[in-house]
Design a protein around this ligand. Sequence first.
Ligand SMILES: Nc1ncnc2c1ncn2[C@@H]1O[C@@H]2COP(=O)(O)O[C@H]2[C@H]1O
Ligand SMILES: [Fe+2]
Length: 275
Amino acid sequence: MTEQILQLATDKQGDLTLLQMTDTHLYSEPDGELLGVNTRDSFLAVMEAVLAQSQQYQAVLATGDISQDHTEASYRVFTEQAKKLSAPCFWLPGNHDFQPALQTEFAAAGISACKHIISEYWQLVLLDTQVVGVPHGQVSEQQLGFLKRALGQYPDKHALVLLHHHSVPAGCAWLDQHSLKNADDLFAVLAQHDNANTLLCGHIHQTMDKQYQGVRLLATPSTCIQFKPNSDDFALDQQEPGWRYLTLKANGEVDTQVHRLIDAGFVPDANATGY
Ligand SMILES: Nc1ncnc2c1ncn2[C@@H]1O[C@@H]2COP(=O)(O)O[C@H]2[C@H]1O
Ligand SMILES: [Fe+2]
């Protein structure tokens, strides 16, 4: 099987710059709320902040849980906003996504379904780790094969591998039961390819930046509610919605920053016990 490969130009410095927005949890209804936060309003506020920034990005990455209610209309909320961004958008599914509706709406908006993107010094591989109907993730044999082929095909390019689920414990027991179940299989593939040095995910609604088996693991706040770090029981954080910029440098280094809204008031119900 041959997968589609899309090519992106670098900027003048030879860098590939990216914007990641994750876990938007959108509803078809304008008043849809997740634990006291209107997810459409928080996403629109993030979009407004991004559009007001002068930051450059050559691709936008949506790393799953785009919808909370499985409707085509909820995905349309995302695509209507993505049109305003100055770069092409790419996506992968999260545990909450309903891929038939996601694919229909994103294709209708002209958003590529391509999962393998190459640039002069880097390649991006977007994995589907969804196990339909449950919150945890799994990399299928088919997806592992795709990753192996991609890494083997371009051994001279550094690789950023994207997936929804976190592959090592985040430090929240309630959330860590919903991680990537066969992370060892993923790390075994990465270990065979020394060009694969960074994993980028969503799902944990908090920032992560740690090293594991020679791989840098990054996770990014949601554009809606935030989970409280280092809490064994379900707990929400009072931090504001966020997003991430990445600069993939020719030498393999990744410069990255998380941004958050400031005093925007998207604070969830402190007494919520789950959803
Ligand atoms: N109280 C809870 N205990 C365990 N899991 C939960 C709880 N509340 C929600 N979840 C699940 O944990 C998931 C973590 O992030 P998601 O947005 O993928 O969706 C969440 C739910 O599926
Ligand atoms: Fe998730």
